[in-house]
Ligand binder design. Sequence first.
Ligand code: CS2
Length: 496
Amino acid sequence: MPRLGLPTLAALPEPVARPRYDPTRVRTGILHLGLGAFHRAHQAVYTDDLLAVDDRWGICGVSLKTPRAIAPLAAQDGLYTLLTRSTDRIDARVIGAVRETLFAGEARSALVTRFADPRIAVVSSTVTEKGYCHDPATGALDFTHPDIVHDLAHPQAPVSAVGIVVAGLAARRAAAAGALTFVCCDNLPHNGRLVEGLVHAYATRHDPSLADWIGSHVSFPSTMVDRIVPATTDADVADAARLLGVHDAAAVTAEPFGQWVIEDRFRAARPAWDVGGAQWVDDVAPFELMKLRLLNGSHSTLAYLGFLMGHDFVWQASSDPLLARFVERQMREEIVPTLTRPEGTDLAAYCAQLMTRFRNAALPHRTRQIAMDGSQKLPQRLLATVRDRLHAGAPLVHLPLAVAAWIRYASGSDERGNRIEVQDPLAASFAAIVAHAGGVAPAIADGFLDLAPVFGDLGSHASFRTAVRGCVVDLYRDGAAATVQRHLAAAPVLPT
Ligand code: CS2
């Protein structure tokens, strides 16, 4: 079968949407770090819409850790298919926004040169939560992280995202290539401010005058990004081939919904992503907290409890009546009261829409995929809500069970005693806690609650600690299904 690429583009069958511009005429204006499926199904699609009216914003996509995403894209002239799936339809659209690809491991000097190109006005990132080498509980750069230690010792050969950005900005300063905007697109709280702080901390250690230059030449708007994008499967590649009549090894799959809310704080030219439906706001915080706490908080809850109850996919977990009731109550009774309603949003409708999105059975979104890297996700998804409630003197009823489900999962064995392969930067610490606790539930809970990078000072909050410990004991003794069932029957309904 021929392969997707510029030569095969014109002959694609009619229902397949194609770039509404000539990809060969596009100039590169965006340097993007992290070429995973989420970027290709989210920001690259907004950019694809934009390119139809402004050809300055092609993307140079950089893969930091592995060349995996690069080879298929390079072989296809950067083209790939976005499959949008709902239970009753599947739509295929070829995206042309990624015009160049680079693997940082092999093309370090080319990457630094890209930063120094004055036509690049935006650098953006999707490197996952753990990719910023920060302490999740405090948001400070982790100077003991091996990648940061390496990069400060070898600033010309950086491996971390922060080290690469600072080396690139040094080259930009040297080339007098002018200001730019850094757009973080990861699910982190105040993501722009957070990355600004990390870059500043690293640059100050490396070269204080560079830190000053960055302070006056680079802005870091915060953003809220949303689209459910499961890992691509063989079935996606097969569906793309069936719909396109050509082979596409770089296809991605996503839900129909998408949202991108961006703080309007651009130091250099601003891509008109609103052409594709992005929204500019002065303050992104209400949107971001809504999304991190309601969507991602519920996602993680469904992932941990769902996995323990035997659900492989989010659509199964969210269709389980017990789990559905649990996450709906957690959202309504505990999370929504901590939020400021974003303008133009009805929070009850948002929650109902989330349940519908989670239940999209056409999306094979694995509970295990979401369960990954919990130590980096819990602080902003569940623990920030816990903190706000404690601060307001509000009761905690459901959240301790969600946190306990993470501990139960992260302890590394399921309810049948099978080993769980826990993927997390702190996985070795988890295993040490479980071994030290001798498998005894309250001791396991205590060991996890003492993890400062996750819980910070929350671990020493007596009532929270007691509540989580109790739930961990229940989960070990009775299993997730019985624990959730009993919980729902006994938990007082909180005023909303
Ligand atoms: C998910 C997110 O993998 C995860 O942890 O919760 O990737 C989620 O699908 C996106 O944030 C949705 O916008």
